[in-house]
Design a binder for this molecule. Structure first.
Ligand SMILES: *Cc1c(COP(=O)(O)O)cnc(C)c1O
Length: 360
């Protein structure tokens, strides 16, 4: 019996995909061995990685002048790798809208010259900056944003107006594949796998070709996008099992009807949770401005924090886990990624309503 896992990441994966992985674990397609045991240079794994890339390109509509890289080191390694590869002796702009973009900005400071172009930290990361609050450098090597702040529950539905010629770089770790995105508006998109793509240990980078070839000379080859692109993400042994599993997720999303269908389901799930919060007469509260509330990560507090432990205990009894909020925010957080079913969301809503009716 599977429980309902609301963890922010590593997070729930579709049961059907895990069952397929289980069935293929010892013998992949009659080869007599599993993917984990297979040479990454052989024709079987080559087929797996090429198919994964083709399916991702179809799902996201990735234009042909973008390269898809399957890398390691998580999104956190990208915080350093991006300036190493793109700064090109110049300066880059960072918009800080939550814990993750703040970390990205801090890490980039180790590498080179970066500027804070705007921040909503003064408002507790409860909203996104409006246009006049951003001080964008028209000469910046790139502008970095986090389009879904996993901890603060802030999602960017409208992109900032980027100065002409400045590539937009986006950390999409916690909402990639949750809805259609216009890839052509970005210079680079990156996402750690363990929220909406697959197992931890894999990070996806989608980079426009004209941004390659600018890495600083101290960039290690495994961290150099150009070297990795030239070698089809296989300069060294790639995270083969993660790529295989990500490929199965891409197929699963295609079978659901693609990202427009996925978005429709995510909108419905998020609406159920936010409506429950907003309809609770203040018993539950979400601090984020309505227009930028995340569809993937819903932080909420109880009117009396002394009730938190009882709420979590009742949740566990109903097989709802992973709801404790991030320590920096407190309260609860329901992460309702692609693989969280509407049934799981309904079970959460039933708990919330029932709990509030008894304790309010
Ligand atoms: C989880 C997360 C990260 C960090 O990912 P790691 O794989 O642990 O490095 C970075 N950015 C966002 C938006 C995240 O949700």
């Amino acid at each position: 019996m599977r429980i309902f896992n609301f963890s922010a990441g590593p997070a729930v994966l579709p049961t059907a995909v895990l069952e397929q992985v289980r069935d293929e674990l010892l013998d992949w397609h009659g080869t007599g061995m599993g993917i984990m045991e297979m040479s990454h240079r052989g024709k079987d794994f080559s087929g797996v990685i090429h198919e994964a890339e083709a399916d991702l390109r179809a799902l996201m509509g990735i234009p042909s002048n973008y390269r898809v890289l399957f890398l390691q080191g998580g999104a956190t390694q990208q915080f350093a790798q991006i300036p190493m590869n793109l700064l090109d002796g110049r300066s880059a702009d960072y918009v800080v809208t939550g814990a993750w973009s703040k970390k990205a900005y801090k890490e980039a400071q180790h590498v080179g010259n970066v500027r804070l172009a705007g921040s909503t930290e003064g408002d507790g990361f409860s909203r996104l900056p409006v246009a006049h609050e951003l001080k964008l450098d028209p000469q910046a090597a790139y502008l970095h944003v986090c389009t879904n702040e996993t901890i603060h529950g802030v999602e960017m539905f409208d992109l900032p107006e980027v100065p002409v010629g400045v590539p937009l770089v986006a950390d999409m770790s916690s909402h990639i594949l949750s809805r259609p995105m216009d890839v052509s508006r970005y210079g680079l998109i990156y996402a750690g796998a363990q929220k909406n793509i697959g197992p931890a240990g894999l990070v996806l980078v989608i980079v426009r070709e004209d941004l390659l070839g600018k890495a600083s000379t101290i960039t290690p080859s495994v961290m150099n996008y150009t070297t990795m692109a030239d070698n089809g993400s296989m300069l060294n042994t790639p995270p083969t099992f993660g790529i295989y599993l990500a490929g199965l997720i891409f197929k699963n999303l295609k079978a659901q009807g693609g990202l427009a269908a996925v978005e429709e389901a995510n909108v419905a799930k998020a609406k159920r949770v936010y409506d429950t919060i907003d309809g609770s007469g203040g018993f539950y509260r979400n601090p984020v401005a309505v227009e930028c509330r995340s569809r993937m990560n819903v932080p909420f507090t109880l009117s009396d924090p002394a009730l938190d432990a009882a709420f979590l205990a009742e949740a566990a009894e109903r097989k709802l886990v992973g709801l404790k909020g991030h320590k920096s925010v407190g309260g609860m957080r329901a992460s309702i990624y692609n693989a969280m079913s509407l049934e799981g969301v309904e079970a959460l809503v039933a708990l919330m309503q029932d709990f509030a009716a008894r304790k309010a």
